[in-house]
Design a protein. Structure first.
Ligand SMILES: C[S@@+](CC[C@H](N)C(=O)[O-])C[C@H]1O[C@@H](n2cnc3c(N)ncnc32)[C@H](O)[C@@H]1O
Length: 214
């Protein structure tokens, strides 16, 4: 990824998505599937939803989903994929800069999967605000890198700030009361790079439940 841009984050991410017809696999993230599979569907918020695979998977399971991303290119693909999957009426796509946007209302699931950026992204602030939008009894699920793939072309702006799940739980104040931290794990995952290189990446998985009943 080129970290030099004069177009700001939306221009950067639109260029990134425009490099190829499809960037991601179209499959939902494995940790989301595992952590949310048995949760009763209600309202979900997907932060940095990209091309929409997670939001569509949730909608197929009965969730009403709001997918937020800064890239219009990614969101128009997400919309198209949702239509093809027959769930367009269950997903609301929002083109917003999460650095500026504040969630309205409450969600039984707030999910942030690999919300990272090679350019400025106040991830901690975004996650803190998103946590406030979790309904009583609802879940916050954050999955992130603990290091970037060795074939990455440029350093990410947030590379020095890749917390473990436990560190993130502490930073977000989830250990201070009002939350039950249910999962803080580091998981190895085999990934294949653009030239077929294989590496094992470690993901930090944080799942926390807001105390209370709906
Ligand atoms: C590494 S991708 C992950 C996409 C998706 N969650 C997944 O797991 O495949 C990060 C996503 O965050 C989005 N993003 C980055 N900065 C953003 C910002 N400031 N506001 C909203 N979305 C942003 C990007 O457009 C991109 O789709």
């Amino acid at each position: 990824m080129d970290t030099e841009t004069t177009e700001g984050p939306s221009g950067f991410w639109d260029s990134f998505y425009s490099e190829r017809e499809r960037i991601w696999s179209g499959k939902p993230n494995a940790a989301l599937v595992r952590e949310a599979e048995t949760v009763a569907p209600a309202r979900a918020l997907d932060l940095g939803c990209g091309e929409g695979a997670d939001a569509i998977w949730l909608a197929q399971r009965g969730w009403t989903v709001t997918g937020v991303d800064i890239s219009a290119v990614a969101l128009s693909r997400a919309q198209q994929h949702a239509e093809e999957a027959g769930v367009a009426d269950r997903v609301h796509w929002l083109e917003r800069d999460l650095a500026l946007w504040e969630p309205e209302g409450e969600y039984e699931l707030v999910s942030a999967q690999f919300l990272h950026s090679p350019i400025e992204l106040p991830r901690e602030r975004i996650l803190r605000r998103a946590a406030e939008a979790v309904a009583p009894g609802g879940l916050l699920l954050v999955v992130g890198h603990t290091a970037f793939p060795p074939w990455g072309r440029h350093r990410h702006a947030d590379e020095a700030e890749l917390p473990t799940a436990e560190e993130l739980a502490m930073t977000l104040g989830l250990r201070a009361g009002g939350w039950q931290v249910e999962t803080t794990t580091s998981e190895g995952r085999e990934v294949t790079g653009p030239e077929g290189q294989v590496a094992v990446m470690t993901d930090a998985v944080l799942r926390a439940r807001r105390v209370g009943t709906a």
